[in-house]
Design a protein around this ligand. Structure first.
Ligand code: EPZ
Length: 417
């Protein structure tokens, strides 16, 4: 079992290269199934989630090859419609292959993706959308199956602006006959990135990044080459680290408008930043002012940065209220922070965080991907040594994290027992 040891107290100093976005590259990999050539994804981060998604595609008959952050995927020989259940259960995002396989092969059978630590994470919006496009969807024995000789364009309203449902339906509709309109679509930058790659493949998608996305189906899509957008959540995590340790960092490879909800909150907290076109220079200071945070779909404050900011606010000069509106169970990291001396009270979907003067190192666990990032931040500012277990969660979404942290001065050690 691997664990991380962090000795707190070192203010961070230096430069960080932000990697390609996990939550963009996963749908982009799924989208390559819509073509029968070799697509190339540049600036692809090497993450365990990327490895899992590549294994799913390899099982379907695709041939992925990763070399120095360039991922090429030959999808000319697709011959399976049902990836193995154990792979599907490892990562919810593997469900994003459903739309492409259905559109490309007319039939798909997937093990239902389990929920995960942060919530039940149903797929009803995905399935309702596929039915609206003319598919017959059946469920049983832990599997979901969809088939359609041909998909037909339709008007689909999403009860919730689900990122995954928006992505799955854009991909399916790209090869449907006729026009599809998705209302109340997700706005996240990763949706725009997916639409940009699909349009480079010959799709006809308009309105990505707005409430209403219009897709005119085409007969076939061609392989394309595309560069992943930078990971706004990795950037948010490093910004929170600089603020938490009173350090000074320069983040390279960011799209600053994707970080607006975060930089706005950090300014309220009392952190100063120089925001460049593709970099951010942040100067933390020891005095952290309390702020209230409410997570919302983009362009609101991202739920994926909630845990990291809870760690930061646990040492603010006063009380903050954090309200989580996107997932029903995304406060597990609070219990771990309390082991380090944080004063947090959970009331429904809100957490009241009463700032304490300092956290103290303890043995804690990464409860999920972003909860793990929160533990790293807490360890960086705590007195003494923090031991973090279950770090496989962290490896899912942060490329070369240990190396990046050592480079900016974190006293960190990876221990393999
Ligand atoms: C994506 O998950 C991200 N994952 C998540 O990041 C992120 O937290 C989430 O979007 C919200 O921004 C990837 O992109 C791979 P949703 P996704 O569908 O698509 C409900 C991380 O840490 N819902 O927008 O699964 C659902 O239960 C991960 O990087 C339905 O009710 O998120 C949740 O409450 C965690 N029915 C809400 O919508 C559905 O059919 C948001 O889910 C689908 C979703």
């Amino acid at each position: 079992m691997k664990k991380i040891l962090i000795e707190g107290g070192a203010p961070l100093f230096g430069e960080v290269q932000i990697s390609g976005a996990k939550n963009s590259v996963l749908p982009l990999i799924a989208a390559t199934l819509l073509t029968d050539g070799t697509s190339i994804i540049d600036d692809c981060p090497w993450l365990s989630d990327v490895d899992t998604m590549c294994r799913v595609l390899a099982h379907l008959g695709a041939r992925p090859n990763f070399d120095h952050n360039v991922l090429s995927i030959d999808t000319s020989e697709l011959n399976q419609i049902d990836p193995p259940a154990e792979l599907m259960r490892q990562m919810r995002a593997s469900f994003l292959v459903m739309g492409p396989i259905l559109a490309r092969l007319g039939k798909v059978r997937l093990a239902l993706p389990g929920g995960c630590a942060i919530g039940a994470r149903p797929i009803d919006l995905h399935l309702k959308g596929f039915e609206a496009l003319g598919a017959t969807v059946t469920m049983g024995h832990g599997y979901v199956e969809a088939q359609a000789k041909r998909l037909y364009g339709s008007r689909i309203y999403l009860d919730f602006p689900s990122v995954g449902a928006t992505e799955n339906l854009i991909m399916a509709a790209s090869l449907a006959e006729g026009h599809t309109i998705i209302d109340n679509a997700a706005h996240e930058p990763e949706i725009i990135d997916l639409a940009n790659m699909l349009n480079a493949m010959g799709a006809k998608i308009k309105g990505a990044g707005t409430n209403t996305i219009r897709i005119e189906g085409v007969e076939a899509l061609q392989a394309a080459r595309h560069t992943v957008i930078p990971d706004r959540i990795e950037a948010a995590s490093f910004l929170a680290m600089a603020a938490a340790t009173g350090g000074e960092l320069i983040l390279h490879n960011v799209i600053s408008e994707h970080l607006q909800p975060l930089t706005a909150k950090l300014m309220e907290i009392g952190v100063s930043m120089e925001i460049g076109y593709d970099s951010i220079h942040i100067l933390g200071n020891k005095d952290i002012d309390p702020v209230d945070i409410k997570t919302l779909p983009y362009p609101g404050f991202p739920t994926d940065a909630q845990a990291q900011f809870m760690a930061l606010l646990s040492v603010a000069r006063g009380s903050s209220i954090i309200t989580e509106t996107v997932f029903e169970n995304r406060f597990m990291h609070a219990t771990e922070l309390m082991k380090m001396g944080a004063d947090i009270r959970i009331e429904g979907n809100s957490a009241i965080v009463n700032g304490v003067s300092r956290l103290s190192g303890a043995s804690v666990r990464a409860t999920d991907l972003r909860g793990g990032a929160a533990m790293v931040i807490a360890g960086q500012m705590a007195q003494g040594i923090t031991e973090i277990t279950d770090i496989h969660h962290i490896e899912r979404g942060y490329e070369n994290l240990i190396r990046k942290l050592e480079k900016i001065g974190t006293r960190i050690k990876l221990v393999e027992e």
